[in-house]
Design a protein around this ligand. Sequence first.
Ligand SMILES: Nc1ncnc2c1ncn2[C@@H]1O[C@H](COP(=O)(O)OP(=O)(O)O)[C@@H](O)[C@H]1O
Ligand SMILES: N[C@@H](CCOP(=O)(O)O)C(=O)O
Length: 319
Amino acid sequence: MAVFTAVSLDDLSQWIKQFPLGEVRALEGISSGIDNSNFFLTTERGDYVLTLFENLRVEQLPFYVQLMRHLAERGIPVPAPVPTHAGELVVTLHGKPAIIVSRLSGASQLAPGPEHCAEVGRMLARMHLAARDFPLAQPNLRGLDWISATAPTVMPFLSAPEAVLLRAEVAFQQDFAASATYAALARGPVHADLFRNNVMFEGERLTGCFDFYFAGVDTWLFDVAVTVNDWCVDLASGVLDAARVRALLDAYHAARPFTPAESVAWLPLLRAGALRFWLSRLYDLHCPRAAELLTPHDPTHFERILRARIEHGAPELPT
Ligand SMILES: Nc1ncnc2c1ncn2[C@@H]1O[C@H](COP(=O)(O)OP(=O)(O)O)[C@@H](O)[C@H]1O
Ligand SMILES: N[C@@H](CCOP(=O)(O)O)C(=O)O
């Protein structure tokens, strides 16, 4: 999996002329995506990635694509969209919206140590700061409104202990979101899915991050929580690894210091990050899209993480 829409070199020979990229030299489908059709594209000018969006419509794309451009222009290592001669970033190919972006070098680091987590924390803070003046706004579409609306849909499929936990956690998050502490948190565009498989490394050097299609405006701390819940956990138990947590948080704090309100909100937002992915994985498992061919991610991983945060807490933020 997964190239959902086939594209050949012949298909591109005329189409590519709208971009200042010269002739196409090679095209190779990427098997690892789950939402879109992605291809490594080599032209006379260099190496790129061609993406055909299978589910998002043209009008939904400007927030994501413009955000990548905004960040790339400010030196954050993210794929830079390539405009056509006419200045368009999104065009159509085989009836689907399509973009070409620069190709990042490196590979995912799926067994990170503290040194990798420090790189991720530093980049995340720089990304939050660089997006402060991004002019477009879109809420996090997997935020609390989505959580509140989706929890009842999966409830009939859950065991009694799962249902008790889900109901209680949604109520806890709704209460917390209404608090003065939550209102005081810094907000802006966030990646919201900065998992290990969305970041590239060459050795210990971070070369970039991609997959901005869950990005939206939310609290910066939520983004940190989502990132820590993936990069700093023992995958078997969901337990946080203290050295990796410290490395990621210290590096983030050095670039964008945490505030007193964020210290209070840290544990609730770690729980919010775990809840968001537990619920989306439950939804994908129990309510798959029509003709869904993919093996859903395991929801119990994030249920374990959520229970671990509730029962054992988490290391405090640096101050
Ligand atoms: N700009 C890029 N540079 C290098 N590799 C990329 C880039 N964008 C995507 N990829 C590769 O394509 C794969 C699938 O991309 P991803 O955005 O995760 O797809 P999907 O949105 O379909 O899940 C990634 O795992 C990565 O290997
Ligand atoms: N990170 C999410 C799923 C999103 O998939 P991606 O490949 O687009 O990052 C999860 O693990 O549930």
